[in-house]
Design a protein around this ligand. Sequence first.
Ligand code: AGP
Length: 372
Amino acid sequence: SAAEKGGHDYFMLKEIAEQPKAVADTLLGRIDGAGSLRLDEVRIPVGVLRQVDKVVIVACGTAFHAGLIAKYAIEHWTRIPCEVELASEFRYRDPILDQQTLVIAVSQSGETMDTLMALRHAREQGSKVLAICNTNGSTIPRESDAVLYTHAGPEVAVASTKAFLTQLVACYLVALYLGQVRGTKFADEIRDVVRDLSRMPGAVERVLGTMGPVRELARSLAGKGTVLFLGRHVGYPVALEGALKLKELAYMHAEGFAAGELKHGPIALIEEDLPVVVVVPSPRGRSVLHDKIVSNIQEIRARGARTIVIAEEGDEAVVPYADHLVRVPVTPTLLQPLVATVPLQVFACELATARGNEVDQPRNLAKSVTVE
Ligand code: AGP
């Protein structure tokens, strides 16, 4: 009913709108007044966490994209090597696991069979498993050594939105916590990031307040067959997530690429008026990447692409090459996915609506996939 959807036309729109609160709730009580992480819920002894020499993240779909982003954060803040693998591939290749491996299973529903089978396999090899999950008491947390719950609240729409943002928050918290318990040379940076994390609910709210032009753009593209998404660094998994949302909801051909791969093949796809969404990293700090992606935008535009550029407020370098410019608030590089994903969710939802598709229940899909 309309009441259940909180006055929105679809659960997906309600859940997109709930993201600032979902992010805030997932941070709540987990950072103390001094800016230290308080993750007592993670009932894996600190002594064990100090011995971890490899992190392996297993997940499917959108949760897998959260895992891809987590890898950048974990390796940067902890210097522990981190692999991310599709849960459905993991146990069939005889992965290398032992007692010093920490496996993180990310799942909204906690019932995804592929992820469950992957974590069972990891535990059989003696690895500790930490679940990041949104559903209290579901199978994946029950079978794990510990769980960090995302507090997104129930997610009804098949396409994951607020669960994804809270998975990112949980992954950042775990990465920072691992850094904290192991002691890292990034102590100052960690303190800054903790402060920046607490500002993210407001940043997500700001993005939501500027989505009118994104919706309008989506409607104007309803007749298109293909949309490409490019990103680099943590923007690459964001591009993959933008493409997945569009496939699920708009039933369009959509692909995400690492922008640096363009010249190794995908640039051959560029043709007149092809919409290409580009997620641009911050011009500060990682300016090398920023400059490279600006050249990518120039290259594809010179070949006729219609560029839809998602860039930080104040990033003027992209302006001449953006046919459509979507601004997101300034954030530290690693946190940018929390704001950059939101326009892509809105874009996919509006395109699906314009194409007459069922937004909350896309064809052929189920909310939780309990078969392998
Ligand atoms: C997301 O929009 C999808 N519907 C899907 O990829 C989902 O993320 C995947 O099936 C994993 O589900 P889980 O988080 O419940 O394990």
